[in-house]
Write a protein that binds this ligand. Structure first.
Ligand code: GCU
Length: 623
């Protein structure tokens, strides 16, 4: 059934795609390539070579000038042939004969001898390609941690900073049929002007940690398309075309299974926006029934596809409303680290589903906090398919250089990269602009700008940030007070609480701790947690010490009892599902470079506290 007739002219409104924000967005330079993972293309995962370069010889000579011929790993040269052709040729690298690695993978795993290496590593991938006549080609990188400089066949394509968001370069006309030479200089070192800064509480997995693909599209293609169910009961869409035939182009939008087939027209900028009444047969996406629809947008020879769920998210007083109904967020936090004793930060769809299935099926959860940075496409798609609500976050973490305008611009771009990649993911209900950032004037302004950007790019989802609280011991019981000025900008108040682990309290002291938080808005415990070495027990009749499983379980029982006393609590995402690597955690035979606050160990070993939380959630499945 064609919906064309049903569109009230008044409802079709043409608007610039990126929100027409009050303040100019700091958008990514390159293309959006929304739903790039659905476009297929040539997967360049697989065998790469790599060359370690701790003194950055490939970037600059030791006198500070340009890098010399014999050091430029990115030159388009067959080093072996050049050396044989000229006895005087001097090369001190050879990317074609360098050690091999299977990517995506952090180097700390594909090369165990580089376990603690942080710095510059060169990667090369040779590949053949048969570019389609008149087509356009893009190299798309799922993520490279932390900074990447990219060359193709000796030509510099560009630089990207930020270890957790995608980027792409157009390479139309730069490819050859055989032996293309793609070279990346990957630098894992961060300084105080980076996001995150050098000090975090998680391992820096340097390297190419998500898929690289060569994507081919027609001259004019759908670069971005965003569809969502609005709180007004309409399906709204924003579409952006790119290419010579964009202006005034005819665009066909279809949602299979809903009988939606719209013929639309782009404006002079190749963009369009509109909305239609949601069809009566629309099945809402929700945990337990994560209905996804095949959506397509066609322009000429290009068909853009995605699988989209339609749901609404809002707050009412201290409640979070999913599809108009109150929902209690039965969550857990995750780092992007797969199960196993030597994670590579290669989160494949299988690895993502393995972790999320534990949350959904064993922990009785409906919510995951993907900390502290945007996780990969595979994880958020798995959440869409399994029906888990998601808190998505950028790594504005701890001590950011708040006064530095370049750092703010970088954080804004990273936020936009995250939102533009994922705003079709129904599972994502909360955008978080940061974690545990200490209050100051500069920080408040910085974070308020990020909140404004979020609302401009995506007015519908909820905005939050994990905040710090102040402890007041002046009364008859300890009071935790949320006095952070950022709170007034947030839809969902979120705090990290560790009483009973950090600070003077024993677990048994925790239930009497009071909370003084602004009323009238939902509160989420974005973190709570305690450590335990899997298999370390205090034993019968012995008072458990920290890092025993009994201590962790007692911490959870008491903290959950405290939580029950907070009327505005709308959910929690305890820290953390699985033990994860952190160089800050070096207690011998207990931590050994791992943060042990997981409810499961690296191999999935269940700790006593797992059942404590799972049972608590089981009682709240109907909430
Ligand atoms: C902090 C921080 C986490 C950290 C955790 C911990 O709240 O947000 O990144 O890992 O506490 O101390 O284990």
């Amino acid at each position: 059934m064609r919906m064309l007739g049903m569109i009230a002219a008044a409802m079709l409104h043409l608007a610039l795609l990126h929100g027409g924000a009050a303040q100019a967005q700091v958008l990514p330079d390159g293309p959006v390539l929304a739903a790039a993972d659905m476009r297929g293309g040539q997967d360049l995962s697989g065998e790469w070579t790599y060359s370690i370069d701790p003194y950055r010889d490939g970037m600059a000579g030791f006198h500070g000038g340009a890098a010399g011929t014999g050091h430029r790993r990115y030159d388009d040269v067959d080093v072996e042939a050049a050396r044989r052709a000229d006895p005087l040729a001097l090369y001190e690298y050879d990317m074609d004969r360098a050690p091999r690695a299977t990517l995506p993978s952090s180097w700390l795993t594909h090369a165990p001898e580089m376990r603690h290496y942080q710095g510059l590593v060169w990667y090369q991938r040779r590949f053949d390609v048969a570019p389609g006549e008149g087509e356009r080609q893009f190299l798309r990188f799922g993520a490279v941690n932390y900074a990447a400089e990219v060359w193709l066949n000796g030509q510099f394509l560009g630089r990207h900073e930020g270890g957790f968001t995608p980027f792409a370069f157009e390479v139309t006309g730069l490819l050859r049929a055989e032996g293309n030479r793609l070279v990346l200089g990957v630098d894992s070192i961060r300084d105080d002007a980076d996001v995150p800064p050098p000090v975090t509480d998680w391992e820096t997995y340097g390297g190419i940690t998500r898929p690289v693909s060569l994507i081919e599209v027609p001259q004019t293609y759908v670069d971005d398309a965003w569809l969502r169910l609005t709180n007004d009961g309409t399906i709204a869409f924003d579409i952006a075309l790119d290419g010579p035939q964009s202006a005034g182009a005819t665009v066909d939008l279809a949602i299979r299974g809903l009988g939606v087939e719209l013929r639309l027209r782009a404006d002079d900028a190749g963009r369009l926006a509109g909305e239609i009444a949601a069809p009566a047969n629309l099945q809402l996406w929700q945990p337990g029934k994560p209905q996804l629809y095949d959506v397509s947008v066609r322009i000429g020879d290009d068909i853009w596809r995605d699988r989209v769920g339609f749901r609404t998210i809002a707050t009412r007083g201290s409640q979070v409303l999913l599809n108009g109904q109150p929902v209690f967020l039965r969550g857990i936090s995750l780092h992007e680290e797969e199960l196993g004793d030597s994670p590579a930060r290669n989160m494949t769809p299988q690895a993502a589903r393995a972790l999320l299935a534990i949350v959904k099926d064993d922990l009785n959860g409906n919510f995951v906090r993907l900390a502290h940075y945007p996780h990969g496409d595979a994880m958020v798609r798995a959440a869409d398919e399994l029906g888990l609500l998601v808190w998505s976050e950028i790594p504005v973490y701890w001590r950011i250089a708040w006064e530095d305008t370049d750092v703010l611009a970088h954080a804004r771009t990273m936020l936009a990269e995250n939102i533009l990649r994922d705003r079709n993911r129904a599972s994502i209900v909360i955008w978080s602009v940061g974690n545990e950032t200490p209050v100051s004037e500069a920080r408040n302004a910085f974070m308020a700008q990020l909140v404004a950007d979020t609302r401009s790019l995506d007015p519908q989802r909820l905005v939050s940030a994990a905040l710090l609280t102040e402890r007041d011991d002046s009364g008859e019981r300890p009071m935790m007070r949320l006095v952070d000025p950022l709170a007034e900008h947030l839809d969902v108040l979120a705090v990290n609480t560790y009483n009973g682990w950090y600070g003077p309290d024993r677990p048994a002291d925790v239930p009497r701790i009071g909370w003084d938080v602004p009323l009238g808005r939902p509160l989420v415990f974005s973190e709570l947690g305690a450590g335990a070495q899997p298999g370390l027990f205090a034993g019968e009749g012995v008072e458990p010490i920290k890092f025993t499983e009994e201590y962790q379980a007692a911490y959870y029982r008491n903290t959950l009892e405290m939580a029950e006393g907070i009327p505005t609590l709308a959910g929690l995402s305890p820290w953390i599902l699985k033990d994860f690597r952190s160089p800050r955690r070096q207690l011998p035979d207990v931590q050994d470079g791992w943060n042990r606050k997981g409810l499961i160990g690296p191999l999935g070993e269940r700790k006593l506290a797992f059942a404590v939380l799972a049972d608590w959630y089981a009682e709240r499945r109907g909430d």
